[in-house]
Ligand binder design. Structure first.
Ligand code: PMP
Length: 417
């Protein structure tokens, strides 16, 4: 987008169609992984010739890399809106961040989450209380409040795990309201910002939330770097996520007794990914100084054009949790009557050079529920050969910084055809 230094994305390649002709790839899979930004690419190019192990050596390069790594952590902390004293732990991705937090819960902690969450925010939690997918943001808050009132009867710690934006529908969840209710009941909140961070300013302090998790590869940086940021106490008391070099402060000769470090290093055992951290921090820096209102306006123009274009095609049904007018990031999920989602996605790729995602999007309960609800009027899919299937998968088209109007118009025209 114009005027946003460093946030230009690497241009997609030309890809072959079934006919053999090549066309520019139209990428509608930003919700899975976003293309690399110029800021991240330059940061990687800058550190590749000089990287070495961090926190390990007295040599000049090692000291420089240690400084780069810790500066990256500070940049990520500012991007995430951390408070003084919060920890920023580098992980591989959101899945690892939430798994790390699951391993840091005090014994007996109950976790409350909606069944509409991505599996990364459902499967790691040991004592999970699953709430039905909410029908509106207000109902989401009421539902959390009701669950917490019941749990208040015993003294066990409670964590509410909520997404910032649905990875299926893109709809925004009322994070700050959930935090307010949770804190009133003495519960903590972790925000899964994997989908939110690339599209809206994330703000741990502003929300009042206790933890936030997100992935670099959805945020215009390469794979291999994620973040868990938030309150220090549980993290400093927890068993190390990756016991090993760097996590221990001292290991006794005879007893083998270990004194573990506190701080992020406790959970970052092994040689840290300084290249990934520096790349992610470069994007965080560019986004921190960007005009979010410009970025949001631009993205919303693309999303609404896509949603309106698709809504004019007979047989295309868009999926919503809260409703078509609920605010959301640049993601549209839909089905096409009479056609399996996988076939639509394959045709968009092979005949038009358009990349969408199909399936259940690692949010199986939510996607099946939304597809079933949208099909209530038509029943199962009837195929051309007379067979009938109960395909409950969907197609997801998601946009980001490198998308433009011509991509959206190509998608809408291709789905129409
Ligand atoms: N949460 C949400 C909402 C997501 O969309 C994703 C990725 N699809 C994840 C968590 C997991 O992210 P990662 O694969 O980077 O661990």
């Amino acid at each position: 987008p114009a005027g946003h230094e460093g946030l230009e994305t690497i241009a997609p390649p030309d890809v072959p169609l079934l006919t053999g002709r090549r066309v520019r790839y139209a990428n509608f899979d930003y919700a899975a992984s976003a293309p690399c930004s110029r800021a991240a690419a330059e940061a990687v190019a800058e550190i590749l010739p000089r990287y070495t192990a961090v926190h390990r050596g007295a040599g000049w390069l090692s000291q420089e890399c240690t400084r780069s790594y810790e500066e990256a952590r500070a940049e990520v902390a500012a991007f995430a809106g951390c408070r003084p004293g919060d920890h920023v732990v580098f992980t591989r991705h959101t899945t690892e961040s939430l798994t790390l937090l699951a391993g840091a819960l005090p014994p007996g902690t109950r976790v409350v989450a909606f069944e509409s969450e991505h599996h990364a925010n459902l499967l790691p939690w040991p004592e999970l209380i699953r709430l039905p997918a909410p029908d509106s943001p207000a109902q989401a808050v009421r539902s959390v409040a009701a669950a917490l009132r019941v749990l208040a009867d015993d003294d066990a710690p409670v964590l509410v795990a909520v997404t910032g934006a649905s990875n299926v529908t893109g709809e925004l969840f009322p994070v700050a309201d959930v935090v307010r209710i949770a804190h009133r009941h003495g519960a903590r909140v972790v925000v899964d910002a994997a989908q939110l961070a690339p599209h809206r300013r994330i703000d741990l302090a502003g929300w009042g939330a206790d933890y936030v998790a997100f992935s670099g590869h959805k945020l215009y940086a390469p794979f291999g770097t994620g973040v868990l940021a938030g309150r220090a106490d549980w993290l400093d008391a927890a068993p190390p996520h990756l016991p090993g070099g760097g996590a221990g402060y001292s290991v006794g000769d005879i007893t083998g007794e270990v004194t573990w470090r506190t701080g992020p290093a406790r959970h970052e055992g092994g040689s840290p990914n300084v290249v990934g951290a520096v790349a992610l921090a470069a994007v965080c820096r560019a986004l921190r100084t960007a005009s979010w209102s410009d970025l949001e306006t631009r993205e919303e123009a693309l999303r609404s054009r896509m949603a309106q274009g698709l809504s004019r095609i007979p047989g295309v049904r868009q999926l919503h949790l809260f409703g078509p007018d609920s605010p959301r990031v640049g993601t549209v999920a839909f089905t096409v009557d009479g056609l399996p989602a996988g076939l639509v996605a394959a045709a968009l790729s092979a005949e038009y050079g358009i990349g969408v995602r199909d399936g259940l999007f690692c949010a199986h309960p939510l996607t099946r529920r939304l597809v079933t609800r949208s099909r209530d009027f038509t029943g199962p899919t009837r195929h051309a050969d007379g067979s009938v299937s109960h395909d409950r998968q969907a197609i997801r088209a998601s946009v980001g910084l490198g998308s433009d109007i011509s991509d959206v118009d190509r998608l809408v025209a291709a789905v129409g055809r």
